[in-house]
Design a protein around this ligand. Structure first.
Ligand SMILES: *[C@@H]1O[C@H](CO)[C@@H](O)[C@H](O)[C@H]1NC(C)=O
Ligand SMILES: *[C@@H]1O[C@H](CO)[C@@H](O)[C@H](O)[C@H]1NC(C)=O
Ligand SMILES: *[C@@H]1O[C@H](CO)[C@@H](O)[C@H](O)[C@H]1NC(C)=O
Ligand SMILES: *[C@@H]1O[C@H](CO)[C@@H](O)[C@H](O)[C@H]1NC(C)=O
Ligand SMILES: *[C@@H]1O[C@H](CO)[C@@H](O)[C@H](O)[C@H]1NC(C)=O
Ligand SMILES: *[C@@H]1O[C@H](CO)[C@@H](O)[C@H](O)[C@H]1NC(C)=O
Length: 501
């Protein structure tokens, strides 16, 4: 009996043990599953953390200074506009609950107030349902092009030639810039005023050329009331070379400079710097604004190192200018048929892209890549090649695109995330080959098979047409690099003064 009972007992125990272990398995699993579901539900129902808080938008504005007599003020009620992802555009007015956009115009009733014209939009961005109100005033060909809204097959060097030509004239006539005044005997005159004697040279010449040209140009106004934009005249390159400042002192210098102008003039506080700009070509400019964060967030940064991968540069708000090695005289001409090499590259190995490029193509007979400068003249290599490769180094920008264009060589751009210079105006696909760096192994296939001879001739012809936009002159000439920068600024001008309630 006893063993039987014992047997029965141990059977029960085993069964109990089995169900126990399965319990030990199921209960925690169920618990963790339920917890997961609850957590998901909680996140979902309180997902306000994902919304952009008004404090996080880029506009960090100070109370306005009552200053100008005819200012357009747009009041945005943020408490109701926040649902739109922090966008300044009011959500569509479907019901009474949407935000209220209030425009207060203060001007004399005699029509003394000239309402700002809307900044031109690139035609390719037009949607059929957002046609501008004043469309009727635009020439017919613009309307037709605009309504097509298709830029894919555009073979022209401009994104929109008629619009560019019309706006250029308007810009040339009416754009006004106020430069913060500094005296010749200012201890930092070398940084704040254009240098009188030196001819701009070297890799960062674009910065000094711009400043020289601006000071002599008809865009300057002495009357800040009629200015569209305000120029911050500090030179990053000069600060870097100045022993009193140096690379380490630039950030503090800029912070103090902004503090001084915002104390002594009312213009900075009026917009939080949104109608101010500076121009820099050296890449230290990017970190120079770290102690003056408003410059980075609000002002228009016109820079050579325009990589939208890096946080210092904000695409669309900021603008890209070309790095150009200055050359005197008109560019030499070499016919496409006399260009024997397929492609050319030479430069220091300071990036993975360059190493990859050289590794892949160093043995090739048609593509000539070199790890350093050549014995033969650089100009001869550029003149003797169909394509000239611009490969990103430390920065996305180098002077190579300007070099290629000057020598009539079609640039091949291997620099991911490069916001290309004047891309608001120029159709880069019409005069260059923009490639992903991952496509380096198929470089030859693209250049010799996918681009046939008629395609090449068109590209090369367009290179000759855009050359003028990539040249600086001591006295600026219409459509040269200086005027192109002015046009980029014109696209970014703002007539609106914002008040956030
Ligand atoms: C937003 O910023 C203002 C001023 O900087 C501050 O007073 C306010 O508490 C902030 N609000 C939140 C919710 O952080
Ligand atoms: C409009 O501007 C004039 C100065 O031109 C000023 O006297 C007047 O108070 C302003 N009106 C408003 C509503 O701000
Ligand atoms: C902003 O909008 C909210 C709700 O839409 C409203 O209650 C509030 O009065 C508005 N504030 C201003 C300053 O207009
Ligand atoms: C731009 O303005 C300058 C100076 O007024 C003038 O010489 C030039 O011809 C103008 N260019 C165009 C295209 O209107
Ligand atoms: C602008 O704002 C700064 C900081 O808020 C302040 O110190 C300065 O006095 C203001 N400038 C003017 C002209 O009001
Ligand atoms: C280039 O040539 C060298 C030696 O002639 C060879 O070792 C190397 O593998 C070649 N590289 C490529 C990418 O073909």
């Amino acid at each position: 009996m006893a063993p039987r009972i014992l047997f029965g007992f141990s059977l029960i125990r085993r069964r109990f043990k089995d169900s126990c272990s399965s319990l030990f398995f199921f209960v925690p699993t169920c618990l963790s599953f339920t917890t997961c579901v609850l957590i998901m539900f909680y996140i979902n129902s309180t997902s306000k953390i994902l919304e952009i808080h008004p404090n996080q938008t880029h506009l960090q504005l100070k109370p306005p200074v009552q200053f100008s007599s005819s200012i357009t003020i747009i009041k945005i009620n943020f408490s109701s506009a926040v649902g739109g992802g922090g966008s300044l555009e009011p959500p569509p007015a479907e019901d009474g609950q949407t935000s209220r956009l209030q425009i207060l115009v203060n001007g004399s009733d005699s029509g003394g107030l000239i309402l700002p014209e809307p900044a031109p939009k690139a035609i390719e961005n037009y949607e059929e349902d957002e046609t501008p109100e004043d469309q009727n005033q635009l020439p017919k060909e613009i309307l037709q092009q605009g309504n097509e809204g298709n830029n894919v097959d555009n073979l022209d060097v401009y994104n929109d030639r008629p619009l560019f030509e019309q706006e250029y004239k308007e810009m040339n006539k009416s754009l006004k810039i106020f430069v913060y005044p500094h005296k010749q005997n200012d201890p930092f005159a070398n940084v704040l005023l254009p240098s009188v004697k030196d001819i701009p040279g070297g890799n960062y010449a674009s910065e000094s050329y711009f400043k020289k040209a601006l000071f002599k140009s008809h865009f300057i106004t002495k009357n800040p009331l009629e200015a569209d934009l305000f120029y911050l005249p500090f030179s990053i390159a000069s600060l870097r070379n100045d022993k009193r400042v140096g690379v380490g002192g630039i950030k503090t210098f800029i912070r103090n400079y902004i503090r001084d102008i915002s104390k002594n003039f009312p213009f900075w506080n009026r917009t939080g710097g949104a109608d101010h700009f500076y121009v820099a070509c050296h890449s230290v400019g990017r970190s120079a604004m770290e102690k003056a964060i408003e410059v980075k967030l609000n002002a228009i940064q016109v820079v050579c190192s325009s990589s939208y991968f890096l946080p210092g540069y904000i695409a669309h708000k900021d603008a890209s200018i070309p790095q150009i090695w200055p050359r005197k005289g008109s560019p030499p001409i070499r016919e496409p048929s006399k260009r024997k090499k397929l492609a050319f590259y030479a430069g220091a190995m300071n990036s993975r892209v360059r190493e990859f490029l050289v590794q892949e193509w160093k043995n090739d007979t048609e593509i000539s890549v070199h790890q350093s400068r050549l014995k033969t003249p650089y100009s001869e290599s550029l003149l003797g090649s169909k394509f000239c490769i611009h490969a990103k180094g430390f920065e996305v920008n180098t002077a190579r695109i300007g070099d290629a264009l000057y020598y009539g060589c079609v640039p091949v751009i291997l620099a991911d995330y490069y916001d290309l210079p004047f891309a608001d105006i120029l159709n880069w696909n019409s005069f260059s080959v923009v490639m992903s760096t991952m496509d380096i192994p198929i470089l030859k296939k693209i250049l010799s098979h996918e681009i046939n001879n008629p395609d090449y001739l068109r590209l090369q012809n367009n290179v000759m047409e855009v050359q003028k936009h990539f040249q600086w002159h001591d006295v600026p000439i219409d459509y040269d690099a200086f005027y192109m920068v002015m046009f980029e600024l014109w696209l970014r001008r703002s007539h609106m003064r914002l008040v956030i309630s």
